[in-house]
Ligand binder design. Structure first.
Ligand code: PLP
Length: 751
């Protein structure tokens, strides 16, 4: 029995991303390998080796017919579904070249894999068809709008629908769709993408009027680079690849016999009723229920993005209500669980167009996690996956997903100091003093549950929840958070930005927070300065959208005023020091920590204003020009930043990193969040003392700088899971003047 999810020695992974691709079943891999080594002939050769190859080819074609219920029509071997889709679209559009249809349309399901609409648009333009390409809307369950199809079918040159969706597993009622299409148009070409349906639903294509149905081997335990296209008898066809006349001239090029042999074995397994490789539907449903239970036990509050009633049992698509998909992905990855997520980076929203089409909320669409298993999954594998998922629960609880730079597990959940919480490019700041008094600056609506959890779990007293201005582009979350934290919120009378009325400062242990009016981005903009009582220095300046890492806030919005911005900047310059860390309301450049010195170095207009190289009037002119120019390009940003120049990153391979660590003054910086640490112990991996590893997640970078955790005379090798976050952190440190900073190329994934 094949183990796909059980760990082998080298790679402790639980693979739950079968809708992306599947591992090749060992028995299929054996056949593929045998075909490469022994039965390697060219099916076009007339000698025995060739004849054997041809036999295998035709035998596979016949098995494909049986599996998909295609008693007639053509079965072609392709390189995969994308080629099958091209072939179907090109064949249809060439045949439709001289159509007589007024206002022709090409229809596709709004949740279709991108291969379908992009192919339609491409060939519609290349072949000069000039049809309108229209998406068929879906309802909240992902079901196609049949009335839309009915309305447009008469004018359609092609209709593309999918049997099963790759993100949600939602299946369509093909019989009902067929009735709608054919009642309006007997001749229109109908393609059904069957990629995700194979092995999960029963197909009887010849009993339908589906004209084209593409399939792909790698979605069902066969190798990549092999697929099948079914073409209904009599449907339009133009060879997409011409050449030596293979596949009866329908698709030239020497056939991918090893891939075809893989399909042969796959089809044999699917057809063999005694064989138990592929599990019956009831069992797959039971697996999904089991995974569902483990997810609910672990995360508690989950929103499922599809109805189980309308989807195949091998897919679960959900959003954890209080965690971003990035956090969930990092957690899963740390536990060796491979799932697919929306946003892989923290730079901006990576929404799911499938969920958007279904009318899902922003949170669901931006934070969707897809967990999918193949129909050959075993009970043992699902049990193990559930056990691994449940093993995350204590980690979640212990961390309440607060980030920390502490190396002591007890203190790891402690948010003392400054923590940055981000949603897309918006930044919210949480400052906690040593007596657990907290101040929240620029709260973000999406992060309220998270913030509430941190405050409750750590027993914080919230002295203030303040905004730096009334944010135009997002709902102020202040009121909601205040309500949520009512029991721990101690401020009395407050002004419209949340600042305690008639107070010059908020006293904190060892620090004092004061407010200074800094209009410019908006008339009500203020900055908050956190002054260290001992040194008298301003540790942090929370400036909202007055200053952004690498730029200045936008003034080309209502309330914006470049002249006021100039005087606000000059005013701030008198208050802060070069070492003050500037904490903005947005961070489009992924800087994480920027001190006043680096801010001036990366924002020429600011430096010129402060050095009196430009007058206030010149500043206003230059700023207005820049804002207007950039405003015409984008309307959504709160400020415009230039792409920061970063010193070319010094990338290190693991062996070089290990060698460098022999040096006394070289340290590893682990930029992963504490909840990811369970996955690998860096000190062990690099065989260095624990003292050589410093934990500074990106969210605590600003805190680490102010705390003086790093020394410019030391060398640092930055590490994370994939090498991306650590690269951002390394760039950030370079901007802050650290010269000996290196990134572990490819991160822990390539170790
Ligand atoms: N259609 C669907 C529904 C898919 O899931 C995929 C693969 O992600 C494709 C088409 C493209 O398949 P292939 O990788 O074989 O080109």
């Amino acid at each position: 029995m094949a183990n796909f999810y059980l760990p082998d020695d080298a790679n402790q992974q639980i693979y739950l991303d079968a809708n992306a691709t599947t591992p090749v079943l060992p028995e299929i891999a054996d056949v593929v390998s045998h075909t490469m080594r022994v039965c390697f002939g060219n099916p076009s050769s007339s000698h025995i080796t060739g004849i054997q190859a041809k036999h295998l080819l035709e035998q596979t074609r016949n098995k494909a017919r049986e599996v998909i219920g295609a008693t007639d029509g053509d079965i072609l071997f392709t390189s995969g579904a994308t080629e099958g889709i091209q072939t179907a679209v090109v064949s249809t559009l060439i045949a439709a070249k001289n159509h007589q249809v007024e206002n022709p349309v090409l229809l596709y399901g709004a949740t279709e894999h991108k291969a379908v609409p992009n192919t339609l648009k491409h060939w519609n333009s290349v072949l000069d068809i000039n049809a309108q390409v229209l998406a068929i809307p879906v309802d909240k369950n992902g079901i196609l709008d049949h009335e839309f199809i009915r309305t447009h079918a008469a004018n359609a040159l092609m209709i593309c629908t999918m049997a099963v969706n790759n993100e949600t597993g939602v299946f369509q009622d093909l019989t009902a769709i067929e009735q709608v299409i054919r009642s309006e148009n007997n001749n229109v070409a109908w393609m059904v993408d069957c990629v995700q349906a194979l092995g999960k639903t029963n197909l009887a294509l010849s009993q339908t009027t589906i004209d084209y149905a593409p399939f792909s081997g790698h979605k069902l335990y066969a190798p990549k680079g092999i697929g099948v296209l079914y073409i209904r008898k009599g449907s339009a066809y133009t060879p997409f690849i011409a050449g030596g006349g293979q596949e009866s001239g329908m698709r030239s090029g020497t056939e991918n016999l090893p891939g075809i042999a893989g399909l042969n074995k796959l089809f044999s397994l699917l057809l063999d009723k005694q064989n138990q490789t592929f599990k019956p539907l009831e069992q797959l449903h039971a697996y999904r229920e089991q995974l569902l239970g483990a997810l609910l036990d672990t995360f508690g509050s989950i929103t499922f993005n599809h109805s189980f009633e309308h989807s195949v049992p091998t897919t679960l698509n959900f959003a954890v209500n209080e965690l971003t998909s990035k956090e969930v992905m990092d957690l899963f990855d740390a536990a060796g669980i491979r799932v697919s997520g929306g946003s892989a980076c923290s730079s901006g929203a990576n929404r799911s167009f499938v969920l958007d089409a279904m009318g899902a909320s922003d949170w669901q669409s931006e934070n969707a996690i897809r967990m999918s298993f193949g129909p050959a999954a075993s009970q043992q594998e699902i049990d193990f996956a559930c056990e691994k998922i449940r093993s995350l629960k204590p980690i979640l609880e212990a961390n309440c997903l607060v980030v920390s730079d502490s190396t002591s597990p007890q203190q790891e959940v402690c948010a003392i100091g400054l923590t940055q919480l981000r949603h897309q490019a918006a930044c919210c700041w949480l400052y906690v003093d040593s007596d657990k008094n907290a101040v929240v600056i620029d709260p973000i609506i999406e992060l309220i549950p998270r913030m509430a959890k941190i405050v409750a779990t750590q027993g914080l007293t919230v002295k203030a929840i303040i905004d730096t201005h009334n944010h135009q582009e997002r709902l102020s979350a202040r009121c909601l958070l205040t309500k949520e934290l009512a029991e721990r919120y101690v401020a009395n009378e407050i002004d419209e930005l949340g600042w305690p009325k008639n107070s010059a400062a908020i006293e904190l242990s060892g620090a004092r927070l004061s407010k200074v009016a800094t209009p410019g981005h908006s008339d009500d903009s203020v900055s908050y300065l956190l002054k260290d009582t001992l040194s008298g220095n301003v540790s942090y300046c929370f400036c909202g959208d007055l200053i952004l890492p690498g730029g200045l806030g936008n003034t080309a919005i209502s309330g914006g005023d470049a002249a006021k911005m100039a005087s606000s900047l000059k005013q701030l310059a008198l208050e802060v020091q070069d070492s003050t860390v500037i904490c903005s309301g947005h961070d489009y450049q992924q800087c994480f920590a920027m001190d006043w010195h680096a801010q001036k170095a990366t924002t020429p207009l600011l430096a010129k204003l402060l050095n009196e190289q430009v007058s206030d009037a010149q500043f206003v002119e230059l700023k207005q020009q820049a804002d207007e120019q950039k405003h015409s390009m984008s309307h959504s940003l709160c400020g415009y930043v230039e792409t920061l120049e970063s010193t070319p990153m010094k990338q290190l391979a693991a062996t070089d990193a290990k060698a460098m660590l022999d040096d006394k003054a070289t340290y590893l910086i682990d930029t992963r969040e504490p909840y990811e640490h369970g996955a690998n112990n860096l000190a062990e991996l690099f065989t260095v003392a624990e003292s050589k590893v410093i934990n500074i997640p990106l969210s605590r970078m600003a805190n680490a700088i102010v705390q003086g955790q790093l020394d410019k005379d030391h060398s640092y090798i930055l590490v994370c899971r994939s090498g991306n976050r650590s690269k951002q952190a390394a760039n950030n440190l370079s901007q802050l003047g650290f010269e000996n900073v290196f990134n572990l190329n490819g991160g822990l994934a390539l170790l």
